[in-house]
Design a protein around this ligand. Sequence first.
Ligand code: ADP
Ligand code: ADP
Ligand code: ZN
Length: 221
Amino acid sequence: MRLVIMGPPGAGKGTQSALISSKYGIPHVSTGDMFREILKRSDGLANRIRKYVESGELVPDELVVEMVRDRICRPDCEGGFILDGFPRTVAQAEALDRMLESAGKELNAVLYLRVSEEAVVRRLSRRRVCERCGAIYHLDYNPPKRPGVCDRCGGRLIQRDDDREEVIRERLRVYHEQTEPLINYYGEKGLLVEIDGCKEIHQVWEDVQRVLDPIASRGDC
Ligand code: ADP
Ligand code: ADP
Ligand code: ZN
């Protein structure tokens, strides 16, 4: 299955992608996670992208597109993938179409998690992530068993630098301006499936499976 998951920052894309990846056996390709890995280093590429990520701006399209092209050409993506955080601009979506077309492949669905702006701010301001494995928690909605410690790997839980209020506001502005147009882009292609992202995590997951189970069992992807 080749999927895209979209929605505003904090919609629950990473949370649902992890569940999708494990149930359907497809790699979770998150451009945000890839950038955060790169930023742990201090080479030329890290220095080029740091200012964008830290201020909540988008990294230039050419750079992101090349990174995704390299990633989805790897053998583990042969049977499909879920793209989280990409595409984020119409130019990125067009580049993805060209990549898939030249490989004779296509997207099966674009999941759009719809959530209110207040919910997003509540979620992002109390999000915590595992420094080591990237697992996602929320202090109220999905707390770890032991405060500050990852249930999965024992790693330390941290707050992302860009989950501060000023940066959250900027990320939302950028989302409305540059990413929201993709809702129409994929709507017109008949690929968009809207999911109510305001429900609790396990209820959203039920709805996601209701959409994906039939696609997965068609076996033509
Ligand atoms: P995104 O990848 O879209 O930015 P995340 O999956 O990281 O979003 O979720 C943002 C925050 O909201 C995290 O703290 C996560 O635990 C929490 N969260 C995710 N889905 C829900 C939900 N359906 N209800 C409440 N909180 C949620
Ligand atoms: P969110 O929790 O807002 O969904 P992500 O983890 O997807 O955040 O992205 C974090 C940051 O990484 C973005 O604010 C942006 O600077 C950069 N980034 C991630 N994906 C892309 C992309 N497809 N195009 C441009 N910049 C990106
Ligand atoms: Zn962990």
